[in-house]
Write a protein that binds this ligand. Structure first.
Ligand SMILES: *Cc1c(COP(=O)(O)O)cnc(C)c1O
Length: 832
């Protein structure tokens, strides 16, 4: 470890810093295993993992405490990232990498005749998210620490994370993910910072001690929020940021009156009810609507986090809130935590005694909102009646915000009552609803989309009225992914090769990755690049064999689509291509054939019937293709169960072709596309989301583009005629015939009727068949390109070399420059 740099204040806990040579790591590991856990070296690997995690955690603690101290200094402006999801995955390997202890740790384990990789694979994924949105939050946390920005993440510590997906007879079966069962060495409970969260009750007008009229929220049912802190280490920079996750707990262990009256079970019931709030993550990747418990989760997160920030504020500033807006910014990850707008108003007025004007000035200057989707079913709305019973005081505040806002709209556009109705935070109708996205826009000083196209579609379409009112609020921040996890950690072979050529700085300064472009035509480098890819493909093939019992040959093209199963992502189009290839093999059209291994993975929301049917279809087609002797390895198809972060860490380095085939205008950004690109996969994709920016970065020659553009999709809709397309395109006709005649559903008659019906429906929102021909042709280009190995490897290198823009370090720098405006807080001049 480097010595503490000059300029750090003496109070920092330097004396406590632990030695980190392999001897010290081995010693501490043995002590944890024997003295703390009471096990021996030869115990089951779970305890080896736990002992190593505690050993590494010790080496994070000093920097963690120092980072808190630095952020707590007066005048430090801070940001708070509020998100219902943080899809973290595993942490041990990530901390080892960030602390720069890879060699020391591996050597320490080696000395004890243990295998580091095996031990690391014991860690269960922290699956506190559904997909892209939650993983983005986790990548953001990593980049904030890498950039030494004072950002605290706030989320929920769900007892049960994203369900575990099993495949039985081709069908998805959900199993609960009790990820905390064996404890979690990465969390630190902080009961000293608990907060009280209130629900229900009613609102009374009262006169306070200064004689002012105030609202009092009374007769509430209360729940405690207990914070658990998770360290987020920066890359070799002595910065450790915090992710603070809230857990619900009853206000007292049980009701003493009930208990003394002999009603033991009833007394415990209140406790169970309270703890339900943080019991389970909602497994829907487009938003959950109308469920009371989900609204409780949202308010629970917002209130606990805001109270926490106000507590910290008063530690230094007391009750003086004049400077609050200059030093604090809250970022809303989608509309899920938007109730924070009303809750901050409530806290400032009802608890801190500010008047409406002061409270609104603070709130509207402290909130920023990111929109993640244009899909109409994802726009969160809550029935007014539900709000009334669960959060009556917040509903009053929302009504008042809306009344003042509508006066502003009326001033700007006098007499345009239609527009006023359209823009109202309250949707009129049989059931009045609160439009959360509108509340977020009205309450925020910044509104952003997550890719250039998406942001344009927001200001030109979905939020057009608001854009016309406040154009200055709207901006774009194209998503990214962290190169630490997704390249340095997930792809050690490629990382070593890159570092050998251009030095190690690319890991924390990812724009530097561009420097490998000049080696794209160097034959020796290309050969080694190819060898690394082949080794990664072998690792992936081993995983596929283990989980799918399907044999992938690394000489074949590895063609991968992993992401949530959703009709707009069009896994169906991928399956149609697989069936088309199968059909070509069956009719002997196999000249100049390129062998392909197609891998598909992803979870379907448990209540999403069509998505579950699609999983069944993939598995049935795989069964037929993989067992037909005539196919003979020309084509393989596998569905990998339980796709998640740690699976992706093996999948993206071993992929040749990345499938990003959503209906144009529907995928807000995508981030899977970026992980694949960084790892040297080539994309076949539509002109959608961040695909567009990927193609611009790498050049059309290194990308396989197909399909309608977003504007063409909208025009096509009126005249879309799937029956005509099927009639005109012989290949498509044959594919549809194989589906219809039950070739993939023998003894399961009609199970795919719904899927077939959706493809043939002239009102199919995803226009799957409209892109069939263009997709099949692009895939044929891919097959030909893969046969020219030299050229393919050059394309692969170019993809990695041009991926600099897609680092979350770039994304977060833009959030900071344009929205948060924080100062970096260096804890050292990093000794990298
Ligand atoms: C990156 C990632 C996603 C997002 O993938 P998209 O292709 O952008 O939808 C979802 N789940 C996991 C586990 C991921 O790592």
């Amino acid at each position: 470890m480097p010595s503490v740099p000059t300029g750090c204040n003496e109070e920092l806990f330097e004396a406590a810093r632990l030695s980190s040579d392999s001897g010290a790591i081995a010693r501490d590991f043995q002590r944890y295993l024997t003295q703390h856990l009471g096990r021996f070296i030869g115990c089951v690997p779970l305890y080896q993992y736990e002992a190593l995690a505690l050993t590494i955690r010790d080496r994070v603690m000093t920097d963690w405490r120092n980072t808190w101290r630095r952020y707590d200094e007066p005048g430090v402006r801070r940001a708070y990232y509020l998100s219902l999801e943080f899809l973290i995955g595993r942490s041990l390997g990530n901390h080892i990498l960030n602390l720069g202890l890879d060699h020391e740790t591996a050597e320490a384990m080696h000395r004890l005749a243990l295998n580091l990789e095996e031990i690391m694979s014991e860690e269960v994924d922290a699956g506190l998210g559904n997909g892209g949105l939650g993983r983005l939050a986790a990548c953001f946390m990593d980049s904030c620490a890498c950039l030494q920005l004072p950002v605290i993440g706030y989320g929920i510590r769900y007892q049960y994370g994203m369900f575990r997906q099993e495949i039985e007879n081709g069908f998805q079966v959900e199993e609960p993910d009790h990820w905390l069962r064996d404890g979690n060495p990465w969390e630190l409970e902080r009961p000293e910072f608990k907060n009280l969260i209130r629900f229900g009750g009613r609102v009374e007008g009262v006169t306070d001690s200064q004689g002012k009229r105030r609202s009092a929220w009374v007769d509430t049912t209360d729940v405690l929020a207990i914070p658990y802190d998770v360290p987020i280490s920066g890359h070799k920079n002595h910065t450790v940021n915090t992710l603070r996750l809230w857990s619900a707990s009853a206000t007292s262990d049980f009701n003493l009156d009930d208990f003394n009256a002999g009603s033991y079970a009833e007394a415990l019931e209140a406790k169970t009810n309270a703890e339900h709030i943080t019991m389970v993550l909602y497994p829907n990747d487009v938003s959950e609507n109308g469920k009371e418990l989900r609204l409780k989760q949202q308010y629970f997160l917002a209130s606990a986090s805001l109270q926490d920030v106000l507590r910290m504020w008063e530690l230094s500033a007391g009750r003086d809130y004049r400077d609050f807006k200059a030093q604090n910014v809250f970022h809303l990850n989608d509309t899920h935590p938007t109730i924070a707008v009303a809750e901050l108003m409530r806290l400032l007025m009802d608890e801190k005694g500010l008047d409406w004007g002061q409270a609104w000035d603070i709130t509207s200057h402290c909130m920023a909102y990111t929109n993640h989707t244009l899909l109409p079913e994802a726009l969160e709305k809550w029935p007014v009646a539900l709000f009334e019973s669960l959060l009556p005081r917040l509903l009053q505040i929302i009504f008042e915000i809306n009344a003042r806002f509508l006066r502003l709209v009326a001033m700007k556009w006098p007499g345009q009552t239609q527009r006023q109705r359209r823009m109202s935070i309250i949707e009129e109708g049989d059931t009045k609803q609160v439009r959360m996205a509108y509340l977020a826009i009205v309450g925020s000083f910044s509104v952003n989309g997550v890719a250039a196209l998406h942001s344009r579609l927001l200001s030109g379409g979905l939020f057009r009225d608001f854009y016309e009112l406040w154009p200055e609020k709207f901006n774009n921040k194209t998503n990214g992914v962290t190169p630490r996890r997704w390249v340095a950690y997930a792809n050690p072979g490629m990382s070593a090769l890159i570092t050998e050529k251009i030095g190690p700085d690319w890991v924390h300064d990812y724009a530097k990755i561009a420097a490998i472009a000049k080696h794209a035509e160097d034959a020796g480098f290309k050969q080694r690049w190819h060898e690394v890819k082949q080794a990664n493909k072998q690792r992936l093939a081993d995983m596929v064999r283990h989980y799918c019992q399907v044999e992938f040959d690394t000489e074949a093209l590895f063609d991968v689509q992993v992401k949530r199963i959703h009709e707009y992502k069009r896994q169906l189009l991928n399956v149609l291509h697989a069936i088309h290839l199968y059909d070509r093999i069956k009719r002997g059209d196999i000249g100049h054939w390129t062998r392909r291994c197609i891998l598909i993975g992803g979870k379907a929301a448990p209540g999403y019937r069509m998505a579950k049917n699609i999983i069944k279809l993939i598995n049935n087609v795989a069964e037929v293709v993989n067992n037909d002797p005539q196919v003979n390895g020309l084509l393989k198809l596998a569905f990998i169960p339980n796709y998640g972060v740690s699976k992706m860490e093996v999948i993206c380095p071993g992929t040749d072709l990345s499938e990003q085939i959503s209906t144009a205008g529907k995928e807000a950004s995508g981030t899977g596309n970026m992980k694949f690109m960084m790892n040297g996969a080539i994309t076949i994709g539509t002109y959608d989301g961040a695909n567009i920016e990927i193609m611009e970065a790498v050049g059309e020659g290194n990308y396989f583009l197909f399909g309608l553009h977003a504007e063409e999709v909208d025009r096509e809709r009126a005249s879309y005629d799937p029956a005509r397309l099927i009639g005109q395109d012989e290949d498509l006709g044959r594919v549809m015939h194989l589906l219809r005649c039950g070739h993939f559903s023998t003894f399961e008659s009609n199970i795919f009727d719904e899927v077939i019906g959706s493809l043939e429906n002239p009102r199919d929102p995803w226009l799957t068949l409209a892109d069939f021909r263009s997709y099949i042709d692009a895939q044929e280009q891919v097959s030909r390109a893969y046969q020219k190995r030299e050229r393919w490897v050059a394309m692969s290198i170019s993809n990695t070399a041009c991926s600099g823009y897609f680092s979350t370090d770039r994304t977060i720098s833009e959030y900071n420059k344009g929205i948060w405006k924080l100062q970096t807080r260096p804890l050292d001049q990093p000794s990298r």
